[in-house]
Design a protein around this ligand. Structure first.
Ligand SMILES: Cc1cc2nc3c(=O)[nH]c(=O)nc-3n(C[C@H](O)[C@H](O)[C@H](O)COP(=O)(O)OP(=O)(O)OC[C@H]3O[C@@H](n4cnc5c(N)ncnc54)[C@H](O)[C@@H]3O)c2cc1C
Length: 402
């Protein structure tokens, strides 16, 4: 063992949530160290990289800066093979360069005064009398870090959450994604549904600059075979002339259920806290927005003691801002997981009806699904009765009392 550091805060994980929070706290004058196990920020990356154009601005980020492709149209591929297209008048979302995005958040954290230690993997973290102690494997050996509190920004399978007993059950969506280079002919976000592809999630094909990001996730089945199936369905098998896999990655999408997000001298942010949209797993806006809340709570707590009591306002503050988003999103995800192929196809067919299409286009927002869910709860039953899709009524009842 060598070395000894004492900071206000040690953040484990140099992904977007950790760096964003690190910048926020360093700006306020706290001593912040961010530990990142990989030798480089932003690599490896497993993310489709789609963010709504509006919401990131709310937290001071402009996705235009990292934009590879602008999206205006979403195409849903139903299990029965039908295509349902939804087109906006203006750009709804950007597909971003995730590595560049992550690097720029890390640079901002460093400019604000945070220290980033690359190649530094936290192996164990424990509560000490006046703070926390971390055992860290670094390029030079093993070092001990101590700080007044710690933040777990270390992703879905968070070591910090596990060491502090904040992660009760672990049932992530396992994803596989390939980037396929070739001529980009399709400029839309494509979503593929069907139980043969995924029983609990979906597949996607999105253009990202000069490549297609093709991916699939599932809680139940191995996603690799499904990825090959999706490439076939999307006519993107690399054996086709001009198509070449240039990147392949795997990743986990967390569930919020079963995670406590703070404890004595510890908080969790981003995927470690389960702060993703439950229906689609998108976590960039939600994770960063909640990390901003974490920064406000931590600031107040550090002025006194970062005790369990002083940090527990974090859960309430997240709940106040995003409680409905999580509750309605969880029900929508459950609906996706339970639907048979026939129900999925019937549900997607509804989107071809002018009155439903109008409702969706009016209320759907890429990074805030709850507005659309609320409109569907309000208007859905009478629309469903009118078009005679009675089979779908049972799902509407799931949303009653939420
Ligand atoms: C296939 C897939 C597609 C996705 N597509 C989208 C999308 O289109 N839009 C969207 O908004 N979101 C998407 N997401 C979600 C998004 O990628 C995450 O929400 C986001 O990366 C969360 O950021 P984070 O900082 O919390 O965690 P991460 O990005 O996972 O960063 C965690 C960091 O912690 C480091 N780390 C882990 N353990 C340790 C340790 N013990 N010591 C030191 N460092 C450690 C890791 O190396 C990593 O750098 C997708 C996710 C997946 C899996």
């Amino acid at each position: 063992m060598a070395g000894y550091k004492m900071d206000d805060i040690t953040i484990v994980g140099g992904g977007p949530a950790g760096c964003f929070l690190g910048e926020n706290l360093a700006e306020k004058g706290f001593e912040v160290t961010i530990l990142e196990e990989d030798p480089e920020i932003g690599q490896p990356m497993c993310c489709a990289g789609i963010v709504g154009t509006e919401r990131l601005k709310e937290i001071g980020l402009n996705s235009e800066n990292w934009c590879l492709t602008k999206l205006r149209k979403g195409v849903f591929h139903s299990p029965s093979g039908d295509l349902i297209e939804l087109t906006r008048d203006q750009t709804e979302a950007h597909v971003i360069d995730r590595a560049k995005f992550d690097r720029s958040l890390a640079e901002k954290a460093v400019r604000a005064g945070a220290k980033i230690r690359l190649g530094s993997k936290c192996q164990r973290i424990s509560r000490q009398e006046n703070g926390v102690s971390l055992k860290v494997k670094t390029p030079g050996g093993t070092e001990n870090f101590e700080s007044r509190m710690a933040v777990g920004a270390d992703g879905t399978n968070s070591l910090v959450a596990r060491n502090f007993g904040l992660l009760e059950n672990f049932s992530p969506t396992v994803c596989a994604q390939a980037e396929i280079a070739g001529e980009i002919e399709n400029h839309d976000a494509n979503v593929y549904l069907g139980n043969d592809l995924s029983q609990t999630f979906f597949g996607w094909v999105v253009p990202a600059g000069g490549v297609y990001r093709v991916g699939v996730g599932d809680k139940k089945a191995n996603p690799f075979r499904r990825l090959i199936k999706l490439m076939g369905r999307a006519s993107l098998l690399p054996k086709k002339p001009g198509k070449k896999i240039v990147n392949f990655s795997t990743g986990l999408i967390p569930e919020r259920k079963g995670r406590k997000i703070s404890g004595d001298r510890v908080m969790l942010v981003g995927d470690a806290a389960g702060h993703v949209k439950p229906l689609t797993g998108g976590g960039l806006y939600l994770g960063l927005s909640c990390a901003k809340i974490a920064g406000e709570i931590a600031t107040k707590a550090l002025e006194d003691e970062p005790s369990e009591e002083n940090l527990e306002g974090y859960e309430d503050a997240v709940h106040e801002k995003f409680g409905q988003e999580f509750r309605l999103g969880n029900q929508a995800r459950k609906m996706l997981e339970e639907m048979s192929d026939d129900d999925l196809s019937e549900f997607l067919d509804l989107l071809n009806l002018p009155e439903i299409r109008e409702l969706v286009l009016e209320h759907a927002a890429f990074d805030r699904h709850s507005e659309l869910f609320k409109a569907l709860i309000r208007e859905g039953p009478s629309l469903i009765r009118r078009v005679g899709a009675r089979n779908l009524m049972k799902y509407m009842n799931w949303f009653v009392d939420i």
